[in-house]
Design a protein around this ligand. Structure first.
Ligand code: AKG
Length: 224
């Protein structure tokens, strides 16, 4: 597979975006024994851990996000994913198409409002997703053995897909396994088709998932 390119493929891998020191700080800050880690994905991470509030504001990460989106960016949300022998989960092919806002309000074209863990989730138009970028910062290396992320390059260009469309694409387009080392980042469009399998050899597979957007929200509304 040739090198993935964010513009063309909607995904790329940046080697060694996090330093060994960054990784050690996250590892020692995030206590995996805590009750909150009994869930499959832990949300609002930057409000719970100082190491993550530092990472979401990291100059190097912000500058890449700003270059890729061609404008000033704001944090949308930060989530933590881990796969372990006790929590060896999989996710089917999907697009990330929901965002989180601090309040429910009437914005034309924004639909499917739900309240989860006290946070308003909503599906914005694709124009908003086109102004978003996701960083998956790898605290552990990831490969097919421990259930790395798989993507189908270029699929963000198809817009928001129905399940039948996803099934057809998955049947005929080639997927790529995003195998990475500790400290690498998978940088992707939220609406690229992605999935991950259960680990064959489960061990920690910690990922800090951070979404930024350069989309300007209407007055009085913020990302949550
Ligand atoms: O970390 C993973 O394996 C995938 C998580 C994911 O894509 C999601 O929950 O949207």
């Amino acid at each position: 597979m040739s090198r993935l390119d964010f513009e063309k493929d909607g995904v790329e891998i940046r080697k060694a975006l996090l330093s060994q020191k960054d990784i050690e700080i996250v590892k020692s800050d995030i206590d995996l024994e805590s009750d909150i880690f009994q869930k499959y994905g832990v949300r609002n991470l930057e409000k719970k851990f100082s190491s993550i509030s530092r990472l979401v504001a990291d100059e190097k990460i912000l500058s890449i996000a700003q270059t890729l989106l061609n404008g000033r960016v704001s944090l949308v949300r930060a989530i933590f994913f881990d796969k372990t022998p006790q929590k060896n989960w999989f996710v089917t092919w999907h697009q990330d198409k929901m965002v989180t806002l601090d309040r429910k309000t009437n914005i034309e074209g924004w639909s499917a409002w739900t309240l989860k863990d006290g946070i308003h989730h909503v599906q914005p138009p694709v124009a908003v997703l086109n102004k978003m970028v996701t960083f998956r910062l790898h605290i552990d290396s990831s490969d097919v053995e421990n259930g790395c992320l798989k993507v189908i390059p270029g699929t963000h260009k198809y817009g928001i897909l129905k399940q039948e469309e996803i099934d057809k694409i998955v049947a005929c387009e080639a997927a790529v396994s995003c195998e990475v080392d500790t400290g690498d980042a998978v940088i992707m469009r939220p609406h690229i088709l992605h999935s991950s399998s259960k680990a064959r050899n489960p061990d920690h597979r910690r990922v800090v998932h951070i979404e930024y957007s350069s989309y300007e929200l209407p007055d009085g509304v913020s990302w949550a």
